[in-house]
Design a protein around this ligand. Structure first.
Ligand code: 0GY
Length: 300
């Protein structure tokens, strides 16, 4: 392996080297619908405009985790450290034997032919990121234009924002024409109530717009009570799963960018699933039928 030309951030936490085998047996065909690859930097350089420099996290390590946890497939989401250079993700998808698809980051100048090529390579959505510490968000009219252009491909838009920013973007999100998927339940502040005003607004976003879905992922990112139980996240995720069972997805978020307090054991994250999706029917929707409808509709 070539030496990486990048030095990861001093406070960067590297993914867990040896996650335990989950006690929860994932249903056959389960999809890890939110994960990333980073570089390797020697092969796929990180973007000059990135806001963090991560460790390398390769496709082979992702496949090893997939098999260890018991997933069948992955959806790889373009991480901001690669900007709109989707090559690391596309390389992973190309080497997945059909078991991975992806969500890309694109800019306004992308041509229709390039969008077609991304579709052929396994991309099924674009990501719009509004988290200020991660990106300088594109202007809303640019995002609107991109959302309009990807519609003909049947793609969806993945949006990432924090709960405090939802009032500002509520109308913009509601007007998006395609299917929309929110990352990590819109990052609620779990010190507040899962039935409180702030999370009610998130629930209303999905209740008012039946094209909007949510990932109920990242207890490790949202929790204040911490591992291995992440108990304070349970009422939030359960509320979303039980209210919108046909519009939820789940993912590991491996290799867990920007965690500062602890690095989760991915086995604990899988063992969290039956606490938020409490019946086999809900688990099957969350892990198999919903992601298959969105990412492998030809097989769903
Ligand atoms: C996540 C969360 C984060 C990072 C990114 O693309 C990214 O850099 O998504 C984060 O730092 O909250 O979804 O993986």
């Amino acid at each position: 392996m070539k030496e990486t030309p990048f030095t990861m951030d001093e406070d960067w936490l590297v993914y867990h080297p040896d996650p335990h085998k989950p006690e929860f047996r994932l249903p056959a065909g389960a999809v890890d619908a939110h994960c990333h690859v980073f570089g390797p930097g020697a092969e796929f350089p990180f973007a000059p405009e990135r806001k963090y420099t991560p460790c390398d996290a390769s496709k082979d390590d992702l496949w090893a985790l997939r098999d260890h946890l018991g997933f069948a497939r992955n959806v790889i989401v373009q991480a901001t450290c690669h900007g709109s250079d989707n090559r690391a993700m596309l390389d992973a998808i190309a080497h997945s034997q059909g078991r991975a698809r992806g969500v890309a980051t694109v800019t306004r100048d992308i041509s229709d032919a390039e969008l077609d090529a991304l579709h052929d390579a396994g991309i099924r959505g674009v990501r719009f990121n509004f988290v200020k510490r991660l990106v300088d968000a594109l202007p809303l009219d640019t995002l609107e234009e991109i959302a309009g252009r990807i519609e003909r491909l049947g793609w969806h838009v993945v949006i990432y924002f924090e709960a405090c920013d939802l009032p500002e973007y509520f109308n913009f999100f509601s007007a998006l024409p395609s299917t929309v998927v929110v990352d990590h339940m819109g990052r609620p502040d779990v010190n507040k109530s899962a039935d409180g005003e702030e999370f009610d607004l998130f629930i209303r976003l999905l209740a008012d717009n039946d094209n909007i879905w949510s990932k109920v992922s990242c207890p490790d990112r949202l929790s204040c009570s911490g591992p291995p139980d992440y108990s304070d996240v349970v009422p939030f995720a359960r509320r979303v799963v039980e209210t919108f069972p046909d519009r939820v997805l789940w993912g590991t978020d491996w290799p867990h960018p920007n965690l500062k307090s602890h690095m989760p054991d991915d086995g604990d994250l899988v063992d969290f699933i039956p606490r938020i999706a409490t019946t086999t029917d809900l688990q099957h929707k969350l892990l198999v039928s919903n992601p298959m409808r969105l990412y492998w509709p030809e097989e769903a």
